[in-house]
Design a protein around this ligand. Structure first.
Ligand SMILES: [Zn+2]
Length: 54
């Protein structure tokens, strides 16, 4: 499940080392339309949004 950072509202993976305080979200925000919208390196394992496990 993705985590939304409480600091800057960026989206991260659950095990991202960068996020210390965040809120789990069940779905990615509508603004996120491609993997490039997820800026943190924690998403670099994925080539596209379709590869992210729900
Ligand atoms: Zn991250």
């Amino acid at each position: 499940m993705p985590i939304m950072s409480a600091d800057d509202f960026s989206i991260h993976r659950e095990d991202c080392p960068v996020v210390d305080d965040g809120m789990p979200i069940s779905d990615l925000p509508d603004e996120v339309t491609s993997i490039d919208d997820l800026e943190c390196d924690c998403w670099s394992d994925f080539d596209s949004l379709d590869d992210i496990p729900a």
